[in-house]
Ligand binder design. Structure first.
Ligand SMILES: C[S@@+](CC[C@H](N)C(=O)[O-])C[C@H]1O[C@@H](n2cnc3c(N)ncnc32)[C@H](O)[C@@H]1O
Length: 414
């Protein structure tokens, strides 16, 4: 049988700087981006509840979860976005722990790791619908939102916006609405599952663009019933039942996450950190944030995705040090970090930069930097590549281990 780990001496790792070679590096040769292989496995129906820019496919965390954790283990994503890792962990009998500083991401993650039963969600939706029928409303919303929804649809949304609380049922309903708030019509121009004027689902088009689009094209906004659309969506979301386990969700700056996570309690981290001005989560989600009553500027001012390279590397060093404290001995940390385009120069291999910044102080060991070329259709940030983004077609997964080798390694699990 081939040895599980071999020490680096040669081959394609030659270009790793000498300071990182030798006994510090362990390779698990079998870590390959097999999550890229198309499969019929579509993942739990909760995953596509709402799109999120730079989300990764469930197959990616699934690969690491199967391989480097056991049932009942805690699996953390400190930058959880739409909650892909934590949800996949719960679906597979682990305890998914999600954290994100963006309130939209937190809400999506929480909805999935602490969901209500289907019956409870539907009962609450019916209560809300009854309440709406008796409500007297005089919506006073910003003008830009009036170009996005038909007046009746808007009235229902304004009612729901005011009524929905942070309870388990309401969080799930809010997350469901957020996912269908805007999106594309069918090819023949009729509505699909979305509530808005025809626009992308992944990000909100700018208010000015929407106004011009609606005015210039003389577009008639469709009268869409929110309660009916949400009921239909709930049917689809619950088609796989509930995930096997309950998880946890936090809305913290990653710098304070250690205050709520016990040291040495986490078996596996799978995450994609924010990176280098690729996305403005507030601005590009202004319609969803309007619905949640959260100011766009607050979101963009708080998140760590506008740093220049030196500050970014400092942020990542600090983050990895904190993650290291929460990992169990033998715990694994997989960081998905995309290459970043640079004006007139070859793309920056940010994963390598991060490892070089982290290596001098971290006691984590490098297992491997796996290259993951993104298929054309597969990357959400690709949308921005053509316009204003700096994301490239290459992601890399920086796989680190606390101690000499992973405590759990099930190479045949995937
Ligand atoms: C690349 S996205 C993660 C996407 C996620 N993997 C998914 O599948 O949806 C990075 C996330 O980091 C979050 N973030 C940025 N700065 C943060 C901070 N200081 N603490 C916690 N989360 C932060 C952003 O809100 C964003 O959701």
């Amino acid at each position: 049988m081939a040895p599980l780990f071999v020490f680096l001496t040669r081959g394609r790792w030659r270009n790793i700087p000498p300071s990182m070679s030798g006994t510090q590096i362990i390779i698990t040769p079998t870590i390959e981006p097999s999550w890229k292989v198309r499969s019929t496995r579509r993942g739990h129906a909760f995953h596509p509840m709402c799109s999120y820019m730079a989300m990764f496919p469930p197959r990616l965390p699934n690969y690491f979860i199967q391989r480097f954790s056991n049932r009942g283990d805690l699996v953390l994503d400190p930058f959880s976005g739409r909650g892909t890792t934590a949800t996949e962990a719960c679906v597979n009998g682990r305890v998914g722990v999600a954290n994100d500083l963006n309130p939209l991401a937190y809400m999506l993650s929480r909805a999935k790791v602490n969901p209500p039963t289907k019956d409870a969600a539907i009962a609450r939706l019916h209560d809300l619908e009854r309440g709406f029928k008796g409500a007297h409303l005089s919506p006073n919303e910003p003008e830009e939102i009036e170009f996005v929804f038909h007046p009746r649809t808007l009235k229902q949304l304004v009612y729901l916006k005011a009524e929905l609380t942070d309870s388990r049922e309401d969080t799930f309903i809010k997350a469901t609405i957020t996912g269908i708030l805007h999106g594309k019509y069918r090819k023949n121009g009729t509505d699909s599952m979305y509530l808005s004027v025809d626009m992308p689902n992944t990000f909100s088009m700018s208010p000015g663009y929407i106004q011009r689009y609606v005015r210039n094209k003389g577009i008639k906004l469709l009268d869409l019933d929110v309660f009916e659309k949400v009921a239909q969506r709930l049917e689809r979301l619950y088609r796989d039942g509930l995930p096997e386990t309950e998880g946890e969700a936090y809305n913290r700056n990653v710098r304070t996450l250690h205050e709520v996570i016990e040291p040495q309690s986490i078996s596996l981290v799978v995450t994609s950190p924010p990176y280098l001005k690729v996305i403005k989560y507030g601005l590009y989600n202004w319609i969803r944030l309007w619905f949640l009553g959260i100011p766009v500027n607050e979101v963009d001012a708080a998140l760590d995705d506008a740093h220049a390279l030196p500050e970014y590397l400092e942020f990542m060093s600090e983050t990895v040090t904190l993650l290291e404290q929460s990992l169990k001995p033998g715990g694994v940390c997989a960081l998905v970090i995309g290459d970043v385009a640079q004006n007139g120069k070859p793309p920056l291999n940010l994963a390598r930069e991060v490892w070089e910044a982290v290596a001098p102080t971290a006691s984590l060991r490098l297992i491997k930097i796996v290259e993951d070329r993104i298929a054309d259709h597969a990357k959400v940030t690709k949308i921005w590549k053509q316009t204003r983004g700096r994301a490239t077609a290459t992601d890399r997964v920086l796989v680190l281990c606390k101690g000499d080798q992973p405590a759990v390694n099930n190479p045949r699990a995937v």
